[in-house]
Design a protein. Structure first.
Length: 72
């Protein structure tokens, strides 16, 4: 695991908020935030990562995301 990904995981785990942004999860997933947003919108049946939309904003519930990634 590279240093950038390790730091992103540490930052997410240490965060007090219950939701994560696409910018926070993108480095963990090795993905572009815009790609995550487009995939969740256009192909929701293929986007298995726990998420929700608040208006146009894509967010990820912290606990379910960490469990999905095997990080909790």
């Amino acid at each position: 695991m590279n240093a950038k990904k390790t730091e992103a995981i540490r930052a997410v785990k240490d965060k007090d908020d219950i939701y994560l942004t696409t910018q926070e999860v993108a480095p963990i997933l090795d993905a572009d935030p815009n790609t995550l947003l487009m995939t969740a919108r256009e192909r929701p049946e293929q986007f298995k990562i726990p998420h929700t939309f608040v208006g146009k904003r894509l967010i990820f519930p912290k606990g379910p995301f960490l469990r999905f990634m095997g990080l909790e």
